[in-house]
Design a protein around this ligand. Structure first.
Ligand code: CO
Ligand code: CO
Ligand code: CO
Length: 350
């Protein structure tokens, strides 16, 4: 196959359009079955809290931030796929408040069946994003695999006192989201040929944009907790924050920015399996306003690739932070608030 043939990369992934992660229920079961690791005093953030990256303290002023992400193609254009995979992998370092410095490529590719130029384009897209983020590519590893997969392991640095976890949300905080949702429905729709070029470009641009500017802007404000919205969807990652912070969170559904045509496509059946799994996993911990139908509820759980940052911000900082983000052309919104209750429950209003 040649790069000029219209090879639809997304049709080569055996599962739905989201390059889905193993669901939270299954993953938790596996992790719980492991014998507890000996506690290393330098491991500041490990597996326990479902945070975005692990953090290991080197000395009093520097800690390493480490993360790894890879998935099957979610768009057909190989260069864009590389850009999205890199933006997504780096994002976990930004979510923790770190500065990404180096990256390694993780490659699975059917080298005998697909043109090598396709792989070259994927790698070029990734290195373009790494350059934009100021991250040095230091190597990688590739295997021959009939299903293409791509991602990166990213390392960053952070001051041990400046770590942003998902566990610091305080009652009264305002919740800010920095990218629109609906990516899982739209990438499933790409796979089914339901989007036009402009729509594909729009969702690609959302996924490929770095969370760098948003994360750097957060540095000037009192951000108590932060994570990025990815495979477990907006409500999945919000629930992780609520439970880790031992607070309730209230979400206003109509304030949540959703990409165009997502509701219509979802009504027509383009809801990925991963999104429904997310909903089933967390529905016990979420109370939805009765005016929200099943489609609205699924959209709030929609599996995202390379989503925005979700931050719990001191109420008095929220308005000026939002204004600064908007000034910098970030499509951010205030979507809810944190409440004094230790149940770790989510209430979704209309
Ligand atoms: Co993450
Ligand atoms: Co991740
Ligand atoms: Co190797």
């Amino acid at each position: 196959m040649n790069i000029n043939d219209t090879v639809k990369l997304t049709t080569l992934s055996s599962k739905g359009g989201c390059g889905c992660k193993i669901g939270p229920a299954d993953l938790r079961q596996v992790l719980q079955s492991l014998s507890p690791a000996t506690v290393n005093p330098n491991l500041l953030v490990g597996l326990e809290t479902n945070d975005d990256a692990g953090i290991y303290k080197l000395n009093d002023s520097t800690a390493l931030v480490q993360t790894l992400d890879f998935f099957t193609p979610i768009v057909d254009d190989p260069y864009s796929f590389g850009q999205i995979a890199a933006a997504n992998a780096i994002s976990d370092v930004y979510a923790m408040g770190g500065t990404p410095i180096t990256a390694l490529n993780v490659v699975a590719f059917p080298i005998a069946d697909l043109d090598k130029q396709i792989l070259a384009a994927i790698l070029e897209g990734a290195s373009n994003k790494l350059e934009e983020a100021g991250v040095a590519l230091v190597g990688g590893h590739s295997i021959d695999d009939k299903e293409p997969k791509f991602g990166l392991a990213v390392t960053g640095t952070i001051h041990p006192d400046k770590i942003r976890t998902n566990s610091g949300a305080q009652a009264g905080d305002v919740l800010i989201l920095t990218k629109p949702i609906g990516v899982g429905v739209l990438t499933t729709s790409i796979k089914r040929g339901l989007l036009d070029e402009t729509e594909i470009e729009r969702v690609t641009e959302v996924m490929a944009s770095l969370n760098k500017t948003a994360a750097e802007t957060f540095d000037n404000y009192e951000v108590h907790a932060c994570t990025d919205v990815t495979g477990f969807g907006l409500l999945g990652h919000t629930l992780e924050m609520a439970q880790a912070s031992k607070k309730n969170i209230r979400i206003s559904a109509q304030q949540v920015p959703v990409l165009p045509r997502v509701k219509q496509l979802a009504e027509e059946g383009a809801v990925p399996g991963g999104t429904k799994n997310n909903f089933n996993y967390l529905k016990e911990d979420v109370t939805f306003a009765s005016s929200l139908d099943q489609i609205d509820q699924w959209i709030l759980c929609d599996a995202v690739t390379s989503g925005g940052l979700l931050a719990a911000v001191n109420e008095s900082d929220a308005k000026s932070l939002l204004a600064e983000l908007k000034d910098k052309n970030i499509d951010a919104a205030i979507i809810g608030s944190v409440e004094e209750d230790d149940k770790g429950h989510i209430n979704v209003e209309e």
